[in-house]
Ligand binder design. Structure first.
Ligand SMILES: [Zn+2]
Length: 380
């Protein structure tokens, strides 16, 4: 008999008679000491993750039928039932909540201070005991929180499903982009096998991106507590990553199936599936600091013509895009060249071609930090 079970969680309705449901698929032993959690579509307008999830379900159904699962695996195929309903002008607008304008992948719950307060006199000398204590305390704190609205309830429920997981993968995509991964700095190089297996061209590390995306809500607790209590061993017990599955339109069965296979192999190596995965492929590029990412902004309005594509290297001072303004008074002023401030790899460019001052046109991964600690390191 298989272990697969589906649980549904009803969110508090924001509209009369319109309560939405979040669905989680559980595989394996739900009381196992090791837990992996994967979700897709927290930004509901990012399609590739849903298709990867479709193939992951196939992989796990098969492994379950062959009795190969070890540990507890949770898949949330559609993590944002609010966002998937937000259609406007023939496009799905699943990044920001229509009611409060908050990005669905920002301002997740940070309960580090509350945990610290409750565990400060109870931590011991054994890392595994400290992990168990912190998880129990986190569960109690989350259980006592009453979210004020539907979007907060969604964020709360997603964290309730994953706060005690050893591995959390949050599947996203960028506009037009290379495969890339966001991770906590303390998780590197332990998580090298994830980036390498996914074929990530860029891995971006931050201790704190300043805006608490979902992966950090799961993982940052651990190194913040370790810093706060240096006399007690507290490991980084949750490897949480935001996986950017290339660009919005990069949706195909062969690619999604390969991505699902890569995630499956990663989890197999990490002890969630019996049997041996193939050898980890070499890492394509060493990780770089998230503080080294230049979010290249438009200085003027106009139409963007890119000079570089995702995957291209740029040097400091080199042009990445031109902004064309056919109304310029002088012909020589009709083009503004937008130049890189770093040496690095262009890993994402915007999909549409309209600029207004301040709009992000491209993202470039540089090796040296260019932003202050504590700055908002992510795009809106
Ligand atoms: Zn996203």
């Amino acid at each position: 008999m298989g272990t697969k079970s589906i649980k549904e969680y009803t969110l508090p309705a924001a509209n009369l008679g319109n309560a939405r449901t979040l669905k989680a698929i559980h595989y394996g032993d739900q009381t196992a000491p090791n837990k992996a959690y994967i979700q897709a579509g927290l930004h509901a307008d990012e399609a590739p993750g849903f298709v990867v999830m479709h193939h992951l379900i196939d992989f796990f159904d098969r492994a379950d039928a062959e009795n190969k699962l070890k540990g507890h695996i949770v898949l949330v195929p559609v993590a944002n039932p609010i966002g998937v309903s937000q259609w406007r002008d023939e496009a799905l607008q699943g990044r920001f909540d229509f009611f409060n304008n908050i990005n669905f992948n920002r301002r997740h719950l940070d309960i580090t201070a509350q945990i610290a307060e409750q565990v400060k006199d109870r931590l011991g000398d054994k890392p595994e005991d400290n992990v168990a204590l912190i998880r129990k305390t986190a569960g109690d704190i989350l259980g006592s929180i009453s979210p004020p609205d539907e979007a907060a309830a969604l964020k709360h429920q997603l964290l309730l499903l994953s706060f005690d997981a050893d591995i959390v993968l949050d599947l996203h995509c960028d506009y037009q982009a290379l495969m890339h991964v966001y991770l906590g700095t303390p998780l590197w190089p332990d998580a090298k096998d994830l980036s390498a297996q996914l074929g990530a061209e860029v891995t971006l590390l931050a201790e704190d991106s300043g805006v608490t995306p979902y992966d950090e809500a799961c993982s940052r607790i651990w190194w913040q507590l370790a810093k706060k209590f240096p006399d007690h061993p507290i490991p980084s017990a949750c490897l949480a990553a935001t996986v950017e599955l290339r660009g919005m339109a990069d949706v195909s069965h062969p690619q999604a199936q390969q991505d699902a296979q890569n995630i499956f192999w990663f989890l197999q190596r990490r002890g969630f599936i019996k049997g041996a995965a193939p050898e980890v492929p070499p890492l394509r590029n060493e990780a770089t600091p998230l503080r080294g990412v230049e979010h290249l902004k438009a200085p003027a309005p106009g139409v963007v013509v890119f000079l570089k594509a995702p995957g291209d290297s740029v040097n400091k001072g080199e042009g990445v895009a031109e902004i064309v303004n056919p109304l310029a008074d002088e012909r020589e002023n009709c083009i503004t060249t937008v130049k890189s401030a770093v040496n690095g790899i262009v890993f994402s460019i915007n999909t549409d071609r309209f600029a207004r001052p301040g709009r992000i046109l491209a993202k470039i991964a540089g090796k040296e930090p260019i932003k202050e600690k504590g700055a908002d390191l992510l795009s809106p």
